[in-house]
Design a protein. Structure first.
Length: 174
């Protein structure tokens, strides 16, 4: 496990640390990392045990709910008069009903989105989107080109690359 500290606020130390002290601190870090991993693995095993303990019963109840949902949906679809004034029906143990989804465009038979775009350009051009944006990927990949790089300051960009500190303890099996 590699620990990376990016833009975290650093605690400023007033004294310098020797290489020996840094090595000792790294040893303590590695021990904490090892204990953390052991406890995490132990926790994951317990979570798996609990999940396994309840999975069969939860599956049984989910199957019951699915079957009952289908029956209630069948009732609602075969009794539209119950929903003519409202989209829901309050029963003793809860509410059943229909929700109207978000409107969306679908293609008419025989059309593709390319056809729709061409037709819109001719008939309803105000509904054709033209999006301009900076091609950052191309600029970055060509940043070392002298002709491109020379114009960076004129267009208002520069290449920035963060450097982050990391700690990678040696993994010891205990």
């Amino acid at each position: 496990m590699e620990t990376i500290i990016g833009r975290r606020k650093k605690t400023l130390l007033k004294e310098s640390i020797s290489i020996e002290e840094a090595d000792k601190i790294l040893g303590e870090y590695a021990e904490a990392n090892s204990q953390f991993k052991k406890k995490t693995a132990k926790m994951e095993l317990k979570i798996i045990e609990v999940r396994n303990e309840f999975t069969a019963e939860l599956d049984k109840w989910q199957a019951v709910m699915d079957a009952k949902f289908e029956l209630l949906q069948h009732y609602a679809e075969t009794n539209p008069e119950q929903f003519k004034d409202r989209k829901s029906l309050e029963l003793t143990h809860g509410i059943i009903g229909f929700r109207t989804g978000t409107p969306k465009l679908k293609l008419a038979k025989g059309f593709k989105w390319e056809n729709v775009l061409a037709n819109l350009k001719n008939l309803l051009p105000e509904f054709v989107r033209i999006k301009e944006e900076v091609d950052k990927d191309s600029l970055l990949s060509n940043a070392t080109e002298p002709t491109v790089n020379a114009k960076f300051h004129k267009v208002g960009v520069y290449v920035d690359q963060d450097e982050t500190f990391y700690v990678k303890p040696k993994e010891e099996l205990n």
